[in-house]
Design a protein around this ligand. Structure first.
Ligand code: FAD
Length: 390
């Protein structure tokens, strides 16, 4: 029998091929070099300095729009994209959010629903990290219920004119292009908005106590005039943004386990070295029970992510299954981080260790891309056939 591997107790790595492992190592190495030494400082200051340089580097390692094909994208498998999300979020959820929004929301929307002209204009530069994208769906008064959004686009001659406000938009203030969803006479439609268009502004949201190493913004659209070619031609209705969100949520199923893994590793290390009552606290049964339960949920979560990844690669992943994964993995990840925090005692609240940073980051991850309750309702509907949303 192979020896027990504390880092991979279930032997999940056996499911990976050499290319998967190489991609994982590349992303892990990049994050260790370019994020981990600095992220506590960025977090404390509530900023992500050098975000443009980081985006270009992420483009350089093929992490932007990673599972898309053509237009400069890496054409990786869903499992490989998931592994990258896990490694990035093991560094910080803010970095994974940058990549998710760029690849799974903004680029994915253009790739799936855009015209050939839109794809050629934006995707290669976005894949290279030269242009950062954002995705504007949420509004100040409409979060879980985006169908009620008020932002609207009206035809004016051959143009479209957009008015409205979006809220909590990741990458907003640094984006060169925004995919904005708006009501039209035909239903909800997506627009590709260059952020230097007159009438567009994106003030940054301050005072966040979560995802502090991430740019979050309001989008203000004040008579933003766009040519007819700015609309995403291939989709009308909420199924457009919801399709993008399902793709991004899939990455979160993996990513959340990265934050959990980092916190778990901190807790194990601390438990082996911190002594109280004359012995390492990891020798106490109560601490071991915590570590065992954390390991069980961590590796169950990674296994679930793999399972969903394989289904996505086979073209068989249903949105309800993504909800299943997001609901479970983010909820368990936050529990793992909170338990790790208790094992570290007072040190657990310090930014010298990653656990509190991960735990507070995951508060956002729990809410964005569909709250826990929304995913419970999605599953509840699928299980009963009864719609409890309204
Ligand atoms: P609400 O919808 O007001 O919900 C409040 C509470 O009520 C929640 O607990 C919810 O589950 C519950 N609730 C609502 N309806 C029901 C119901 N029918 N039954 C039971 N409970 C219900 N959005 C974007 O478009 N693009 C982004 O890039 C983006 N980035 C984000 C980054 C951060 C850091 C954060 C925090 C958010 C981001 N969001 C983004 C917004 C996010 O998607 C929304 O916050 C989320 O959809 C929830 O909406 P809300 O905050 O308005 O909460």
């Amino acid at each position: 029998l192979p020896p027990f591997d504390a880092a991979d107790p279930l032997g999940i790595d056996d499911l990976l091929d050499p290319e998967d492992l190489a991609i994982r190592d590349t992303v892990r190495g990049w994050a260790a070099d370019r994020v981990l030494p600095y992220v506590a400082d960025w977090y404390e200051k509530g900023e992500l300095p050098g975000i443009r340089e980081l985006a270009r580097e992420l483009g350089g390692i093929g992490a932007l729009g990673m599972s898309l094909t053509g237009y400069g994208c890496a054409g990786a498998s869903a499992v490989q994209y998931g592994l990258a999300c896990l490694e990035l979020e093991a560094a910080d959820s803010g970095i994974r959010s940058l990549v998710s929004v760029q690849g799974s929301l903004a680029m994915y929307a253009i790739h799936r629903f855009g015209s050939e002209e839109q794809k050629r204009e934006w995707l290669p530069r976005m894949a290279a990290g030269e242009v950062i994208g954002c995705f504007g769906l949420t509004e100040p008064d409409h979060g879980s219920d985006p169908a009620s959004m008020r932002t609207h686009a009206k035809r004016d001659g051959g143009d479209w004119v957009l008015n409205g406000r979006k809220m909590w938009i990741t990458n907003g203030s640094v984006a060169g292009v925004a995919v904005v969803w708006a009501q039209t006479e035909e239903g909800i439609r997506g627009f590709v908005v260059p952020t230097d268009t007159p009438g567009f502004s994106a003030p940054e949201i301050k005072h966040k106590w979560s995802l502090r190493a991430s740019v979050t913004s309001e989008l203000v659209l004040d008579d933003v005039r766009l040519p007819a070619s700015a609309v995403l031609p291939e989709v009308i209705g909420l199924r457009g943004p919801l399709g993008c969100l399902s793709h991004a949520r899939y990455g979160i199923v993996w990513g959340a386990m990265g934050a959990a893994r980092s916190s778990f590793e901190s807790a194990v290390e601390y438990a082996k070295t911190r002594e109280q009552f004359g012995r390492p606290i990891g020798g106490f049964q109560l601490t071991q029970a915590k570590l065992a339960d954390m390991a069980v949920e961590l590796h169950k979560g990674i296994l679930l992510a793999h399972h969903l990844g394989r289904r996505m690669d086979a073209g068989r992943l249903r949105p309800e299954q993504v909800s299943f994964g997001k609901l479970n993995n983010v909820r368990e990840a936050i529990e793992i981080c909170r338990t790790a925090r208790t094992i570290l005692g007072a040190n657990g609240i310090s930014l010298e260790y990653p656990v509190m940073r991960h735990a507070t980051n995951l508060e956002s991850v729990l809410t964005y891309e569909g709250t826990v309750e929304m995913h419970q309702l999605v599953l509840g509907k699928a299980l009963t056939g009864l719609d409890a949303f309204r």
